[in-house]
Design a protein. Structure first.
Length: 309
């Protein structure tokens, strides 16, 4: 019954749009009306992203690939953290967003303990609330990591979080505000490693504020993403996680089921089949080395190289 109501609501919304309803000011990038497009349920898909570069890039890849198949797309990127955009998916404000399996599972079930990729995906598919589903997960993985400078690694002879644990009381940690509360954030590190940092600085999600603070020594450890090219470029150390505080984080499309037909499913699954961790790292590097307005070009070039757009 719930999915029936969601589908009826989606159809009514499309009817209002066809009669001249207002659009999202962030919407964009339609590639023309499809001649013989997919079923009506998928004619307009509102694609969202979180508020960090990789999420925006993946959302742009999804958007362009769908547009190439004649699906009209409305973009609403940079919404915020999962705590903000997950309710937006549930209430229909957005229909599709790139996600990461392990962290999404812990958002749904904070008590989840599985960490292996296939187990995380299986449990995620079973626990997602209606009307949300995930399509195929990709091999590409981007995990949170505790990152320190080479100098700090040498000072404490640290290559893992366990090595750093005896010294946590001397270290200021920085990351996004939500890291202080999420199960895999400070609570998980404290529980699994008996590591309580001297202080926590609320910064951004692996962005310039966090990178600057680690660079200038304002913080000595940070939550960064493993596909961030800055880590390798600056010789920083992403600490190993022997207790698996950070579960598998495979990239996966999270979508409202009422917007999924065969064409949408095949298009997004083809992206997942082609996307690897190395490719994601390279894509992030290309975006980091270019002006912000070239992100659509980076997405387009990848799609073209993989015969996806």
């Amino acid at each position: 019954m719930k999915r029936t109501l969601v589908a009826l609501t989606g159809l009514l919304a499309l009817g209002l749009t066809a009669c001249g309803g207002g659009g999202d000011p962030l919407a964009g990038g339609q590639s023309g009306a499809p001649a013989a497009g997919p079923p009506a349920a998928a004619d307009v898909i509102k694609v969202g992203s979180a508020n960090f570069t990789e999420s925006r890039l993946l959302a742009e890849i999804y958007s362009q690939a769908l547009e190439a198949k004649g699906v009209k797309v409305e973009r609403s990127f940079g919404i915020g953290s999962r705590e903000v955009y997950f309710p937006a998916l549930q209430d229909g404000s957005i229909d599709l967003i790139p996600e990461y399996t392990g962290n999404l599972l812990q958002e749904i079930d904070p008590q989840a303990t599985v960490t292996a990729s296939d187990q995380v995906y299986q449990e995620l598919t079973a626990k997602l609330p209606d009307p949300l589903i995930v399509l195929d997960q990709s091999a590409a993985e981007d995990k949170d990591a505790v990152v320190i400078t080479q100098e700090t690694a040498q000072r404490y002879n640290a290559r893992s979080i366990a090595d750093l644990a005896p010294h946590c009381g001397e270290i200021v940690f920085g990351g996004p505000p939500e890291f202080a509360e999420r199960p895999y954030g400070l609570p998980g590190i404290e529980r699994l490693y008996n590591c309580t940092f001297a202080d926590f600085r609320s910064l951004d999600a692996g962005g310039p504020l966090t990178v600057a603070a680690l660079t200038d020594g304002t913080i000595q450890a940070a939550d960064l993403f493993t596909t961030d090219p800055t880590i390798a470029d600056r010789g920083w150390v992403a600490l190993e996680d022997p207790q698996n505080n950070f579960a598998a984080q495979n990239v996966v499309p999270l979508v409202n089921e009422s917007k999924v037909n065969d064409q949408v499913r095949q298009t997004l699954n083809a992206i997942s089949a082609a996307l690897t961790t190395d490719a994601l790292l390279q894509l992030n590097r290309e975006v980091a080395n270019a002006a912000e307005n070239t992100m659509p070009d980076v997405a387009k070039n990848w799609l073209t190289a993989n015969n996806l757009g």
